[in-house]
Design a protein around this ligand. Structure first.
Ligand code: SAH
Length: 464
């Protein structure tokens, strides 16, 4: 058994510390006698008093008791359920300060992990109105004291935090949530219980095409049918003429995964359409699609700018998802090869290319770190490579191949500054030079940091 003396902190004592950083989940980070402590709702620059509520070998978690010296960046959160809801993390910070924080996070990571001292990081591109920006919401449905709850999971738990309005969703999502709630109450619809695996309605997903105004409502159920579904269809379509798709998604597995594989169309068609730039995408309930379409267009515009294509280049778009970046680049490239590990996403990418009459793209299913070395071995080369990896960054086998291949430019889109810094360090030490670093705020009010980077081959004659 662990002895009390193993512990660094006493549970009965209050501790004071200065917060120096913020995690991507919005927790403040500081140190007490050199030991890392995470504190919810505390901001960099603040001095706070905490009680230690958890301690491990490498870090402790403090509960915020008092802010002794508040940061001038602190504001009152606009959402009444901010403290408990797991959706947003930094509503207690001005939007301007969030943008600065995201830029600084990239800068610090590049310095600390990447050893890149003299790199200029541009100001984060924020949204002029950082509200109602999400094109997709997935509300879990539950029941508590005989009341139907439709909302978001609480921080680090599966309790559902209900409220009538979420300001980062479009207005329609708030209204549709209330219509579904009313329908469940009036028709005694049974609600799924995660613990017992019994009950019917599990999740409500709503998607909106921002450019087309088309709406999709997906009802995920633990069964094959929704009683009185025609009534719900009537109510929803009476309220919104732009609903193009209502789908029943069958998910009878006892799992955290929100949607099952089987979709039954209750109304209209089983997809909606939207555009990013001039490219059209058909989006099914299970398709991946970037959730902030306004910022996505800015991000992809930067990718195109950094790629500096003249029409003669062979381009790799690695970790290509449903081929969105590939299509964006195709117009100014000779050929774009997209590589992605999820077969369904590649099937969507091929359909999307056809939908937009794009004929100079090729999509390959597989891991980039296996497909690219193989293509290189067979003699295929790229002049420009775009990578958009998941949080764990690029595999070294891929980076090694890029070093051997020596493309003129590498455009790196990253959702994790620490793995970005690690990968840029590797490439910087192997013949590439960081030219531009541009953070783009894809998820206002959350701690997520996205950035796009241009690297060029050392000695290549480049305009930038
Ligand atoms: N570029 C796309 C998707 C980026 S998300 C867009 O902007 O929409 C990262 C993608 O990498 C996901 O689609 C994920 O399935 C894919 N992925 C994860 N590991 C991979 C690997 N080793 N090789 C190729 N693709 C991978």
């Amino acid at each position: 058994m662990k002895q009390a003396s193993d512990k660094k902190f006493s549970q009965n004592k209050n501790y004071q510390l200065e917060i120096t950083g913020l995690t991507h989940e919005g927790q403040g980070v500081g140190k007490i006698e050199g030991f890392v402590v995470f504190v919810d709702s505390a901001l960099p620059g603040e001095t706070v008093t905490v009680k230690i509520i958890k301690e491990t070998k490498s870090y402790a978690v403090g509960k915020l008791l008092k802010v002794i010296m508040p940061s001038h960046k602190r504001v009152n959160p606009f959402c009444p359920v901010f403290e408990s809801c797991g959706g947003c993390a930094v509503q207690h910070m001005t939007y301007e300060a969030q943008l600065e924080f995201k830029k600084d996070t990239v800068l610090q990571n590049l310095k600390r992990i990447g050893g890149l001292e003299n790199v200029k990081v541009h100001d984060t591109i924020g949204m002029s109105s950082p509200f109602n920006y999400r094109n997709k919401v997935q509300y879990p449905v539950g029941i508590e004291n005989n009341e139907v709850k439709i909302g978001f999971y609480e921080n680090r738990s599966h309790n559902i935090i209900d409220s009538s309005k979420c300001d980062i969703q479009p207005e329609e999502s708030n209204i549709i949530r209330e219509l579904v709630r009313e329908f469940c109450n009036k028709n005694n619809i049974s609600i799924y219980n995660e613990k017992t695996g019994k009950g019917l309605l599990r999740h409500v997903m709503i998607r909106k095409g921002f450019k087309t105004d088309e709406l999709m409502v997906v009802l995920a159920v633990n069964g094959q049918k929704l009683p009185q579904a025609d009534k719900l269809v009537q109510q929803l379509t009476d309220r919104y003429k732009n609903i193009k798709s209502i789908v029943l998604n069958v998910n009878t597995r006892n799992t955290n995964i929100i949607l099952g594989d089987k979709n039954i169309c209750l109304y209209g068609q089983d997809f909606i359409s939207d555009y990013i730039g001039k490219y059209k995408f058909n989006i099914s309930p299970l398709s991946f699609f970037q959730v902030n379409p306004i910022q996505t267009e800015i991000l992809y515009g930067k990718a195109l700018e950094y790629a500096q294509l003249t029409g003669h280049e062979n381009v790799f778009d690695l970790y290509c998802g449903i081929g969105t970046i590939s299509l964006f680049l195709s117009e100014r490239a000779k050929k774009v090869i997209g590589v992605e590990v999820v077969p369904d996403a590649i099937a969507d990418a091929r359909k999307n290319a056809a939908l937009n009459n794009v004929t100079n793209t090729q999509f390959i299913v597989g891991e980039a770190e296996i497909v690219i070395p193989k293509l290189y071995f067979e003699g295929t080369r790229a002049d420009v490579v775009v990578v958009d990896p998941p949080r764990k960054g690029c595999d070294e086998a891929l980076l090694n191949t890029l070093v051997d291949m020596q493309p003129q430019r590498i455009v790196y889109v990253s959702c994790n500054p620490s793995t970005l810094a690690r990968d840029l360090k590797f490439l910087s030490g192997n013949g590439f030079e960081v030219k531009e670093v541009q953070p783009v705020d894809m998820f206002p009010w959350t701690g997520h940091v996205e950035a796009i980077i241009l690297m060029t081959r050392c000695g290549s004659e480049d305009k930038k």
